[in-house]
Design a protein around this ligand. Sequence first.
Ligand code: KIV
Length: 274
Amino acid sequence: MSKQEVRVRVPDLMARKAAGQKIAMMTAYDATMARLLDRAGIDVILVGDSLGMVILGHETTLPVTMDAMVHHTGAVCRGARRALVVADMPFLSYQTGVDAAVRNAGRLLQEGGAAAVKIEGGRGMAEVVSRLVEVGIPVMGHVGLTPQSVHQLGGFRRVGASDGEQRRILDDARALELAGAFAVVLECIPAAVAQRVTAELAIPTIGIGAGPHCDGQVLVSYDAFGLFDEFVPPFVKQYADLGSAIVRATGEYIADVREGRFPAPSKPSNKVAG
Ligand code: KIV
């Protein structure tokens, strides 16, 4: 690893916040994407359970299993040399009790190679967060729109319009910090609420659809690169249109095969080995 490739570590994120440096985080689910994001200099790679939707074709993140998360986390860790890799804990891998949470989070570090885990929820998850941190597993929290609660929320919707919801977001974020979380994702909440949480917490906030005042931002890579168009949240900025490029390139390949342009006719000098 060269000097430029010094691994980003959990305490570095807090130092970034203290120094006023923004944190860039993106999701990846395989080694190739992880290698590309890493090469570009991303700070944190999240192996999101969004893989249930963008990779596995489910309508929600709920069907994602621990085995799938371990499998994809391993792939991402093999591709990422510099970025901090955080793995999502999937639905029911931590909500059923502290012991199950420790065992499952441990798998993501031990078998997958992640440096930290992310869990959804606030005050109700404080005991789990605190135990994970106690046994040496760094935890990133996630409040606001928590996709594993999609049915409870009544859809993938913005959270924090009412005073009650705003208070809950703030209390949840405070509880996560108190429990020992090293950062917290704020998803789909009003910018003013994210600004207040960011100002109150010593740990960094990472926003997605939460305005510009967070300490960092996260995007689902498949959204940002135009690879997943089933549902694109309105806050997403599309940095590339790889989906169209792939469709165009595939069309050219099909035409080449059908019209005999690929493979190119072999030259007479070519010898068949053996
Ligand atoms: O699973 C995921 O990709 C996430 C991000 C949206 C933060 O949790």
